[in-house]
Design a protein around this ligand. Structure first.
Ligand code: BES
Ligand code: ZN
Ligand code: ZN
Length: 494
């Protein structure tokens, strides 16, 4: 899809559809007033009859009957003017684009949405770009039938002020990189488990590397044994697929070396503590954290910030094969702490333990890990918001600030010492499961055992890694959540 930013009389632009914006319970916006004049009052009538209410995401398609160069006008509701945010623009654009695609639109144009609500034109340009790319995303790789519609291939953003164009163009470029990274993560996560094995994840990392010039090293089982990665090896025992430990390096200079660690569990059957079969297929997405890291690394390499970033992805399946680890087994991750495996389904923390130890050995700081870690986090936040946990408030704050910019909702939970008591074991230093209660926090406390004093933040995306239906810029299936926030955070640290 191509994006352009131009200044021109909106209604002289040749395209299949033009998007103008309207708010709830207000008079016509500048863009609607102009369109209404060009269409001899047609929009005014629709407002009067109550067909156009301006609710957030409402799309009314009007044929212009040659009164404009564009064949159709899409009046896009943005909700109450005083409540409008950049993230709402991102979502509304996505819905509007899907609607236009359904109508067969190939070339679309849009005014700078939210101008009457005083949103920043560059931020709107970026959000418009991201909303369009993320909202039009489809995963059709394994569908033989051709899509009904060709899809939108060009979007023109019409700026009202020539002086804004250069900045808006830069913002569009940023939006393209951000959104494409999100889609790369989604592609990996939506891929079935038999086609996104640990080796396939490694191949994806190598592909991202060859596209962008980052350094990628893929380590195998022998190396893990040398390193003493007892957690990752313990989980991998039950699977016929060889585990991989993927390291991605971006060298942008500057003093810092930030660590991004992603759970790369390419299929979580639960292992011997087998999961129920209902919805088990969703566990192909248990590598969402790893996908976010790989995709974010690619985007960071495209954006070239002055900072060093190292991505670590421990990748394995969790399967109940004959050699699988068993409840009651004791494992020893890299830092020598012994772990009693109470439940083989609490495997994410076992593979992350080694990756976090390795991050420490590389002296990465701060370290951010991303994982579909606990059903408990999903019970807390539903599918709306990801959980954040940290041993360092500065690190947490820079992540939370980044998440505000990207619209990926995140909320921090406490790490009181009392939760540590819940993972003490009778037979080893710690166990991999606490009690039934506070499961997202005890999981985070488990991870904290392997980060030492390094400033560290953990994001639990178990509830947010996929959605059941199209919703704004999220499309049924993988969300790619945290990819854009990781990029944003790294840029802010540079
Ligand atoms: N991958 C799951 C967590 C998960 C649940 C991700 C729902 C996405 C959606 C994780 O490995 C797991 O199975 N966790 C267990 C831990 C329990 C055994 C302590 C859980 O949350 O039930
Ligand atoms: Zn599990
Ligand atoms: Zn898992």
């Amino acid at each position: 899809m191509q994006f352009k930013v131009i200044t021109e009389d909106t209604f002289k632009i040749e395209c299949d559809a033009i998007i103008v914006d309207i708010y709830e319970k207000t008079d016509k916006t500048t863009s609607v007033a102009a369109a209404d004049a060009a269409l001899d009052g047609a929009i005014g009538q629709l407002i009067e009859s109550g067909e156009i209410k301006g609710k957030l995401g409402e799309v009314t398609l009007i044929h212009t009957l040659s009164k404009m160069k564009a064949q159709r006008l899409a009046v896009l509701g943005l909700g109450k003017k005083e409540d409008l945010t950049i993230d709402k623009v991102r979502g509304a654009v996505a819905g509007a684009c899907r609607r236009l695609r359904k109508a067969g639109v190939k070339k679309a144009a849009t005014v700078v949405l939210g101008t009457d609500a005083d949103l920043n034109a560059s931020e709107v340009a970026q959000a418009t770009t991201e909303g369009a790319i993320l909202g039009l995303y489809q995963f059709r790789k394994h569908i033989s039938k051709e899509p009904d519609n060709p899809g939108i291939d060009e979007i023109t953003i019409v700026a009202s002020d020539k002086g804004q164009v250069a900045d808006m163009q830069k913002a569009v470029e940023m939006g393209v990189i951000m959104a494409e990274a999100g889609c790369t993560a989604r592609d990996m996560i939506n891929e079935p488990g038999n086609q996104m094995t640990p080796s396939d994840m490694a191949a994806m990392a190598l592909k991202v590397a060859s596209d962008t010039g980052i350094e990628v090293t893929v380590y195998d089982k022998d190396w893990m044994e040398e390193m003493g990665m007892g957690g990752l090896l313990g989980v991998a025992r039950g699977s016929a697929q060889p585990p991989k430990f993927i390291v991605l390096k971006y060298n942008g200079g500057g003093g810092k070396n930030v660590g991004l660690v992603g759970k790369g569990l390419t299929f979580d059957s639960g292992g011997i503590s087998l999961k129920p079969s209902e919805k088990m297929e969703e566990m192909k997405g248990d590598m969402s954290g790893g996908a976010a890291v790989i995709a974010a690394m690619g985007a960071i390499a495209r954006l070239k910030p002055k900072i060093n970033v190292t991505g670590l992805v421990p990748a394995t399946e969790n399967m109940p094969g004959g050699a699988a680890q068993k409840p009651g087994d004791v494992l020893t991750p890299m830092n020598g702490k012994t772990v009693e495996v109470i439940n083989t389904d609490a495997e994410g923390r076992l593979i992350l333990a080694d990756a976090l130890c390795y991050a420490n050995e590389l002296k990465l700081a701060p370290v951010v890990d991303i994982a579909t870690l606990t059903g408990a986090c999903m019970i807390t936040f539903g599918t709306i918001c990801s959980g954040v946990f940290a041993n360092n408030q500065d690190a947490a704050d820079s992540l939370l600030k980044a998440s505000k910019a990207t619209g990926e909702k995140m909320w921090q939970l406490p790490m009181y010492d009392e939760y540590k008591e819940m993972i003490k074991s009778n037979v080893a230093d710690i166990k991999n499961v606490g009690s039934r209660w506070g499961g997202a926090i005890t999981a985070a406390q488990f991870l904290a055992e392997f980060v030492g004093d390094t400033p560290w933040v953990h994001i639990d995306i178990a509830g947010t890694f996929h959605v059941e239906k199209d919703d704004g810029y999220l499309v049924k299936g993988a969300t790619g959540v945290s990819t854009r926030t990781l990029i944003e955070m790294v840029l802010s640290l540079a």
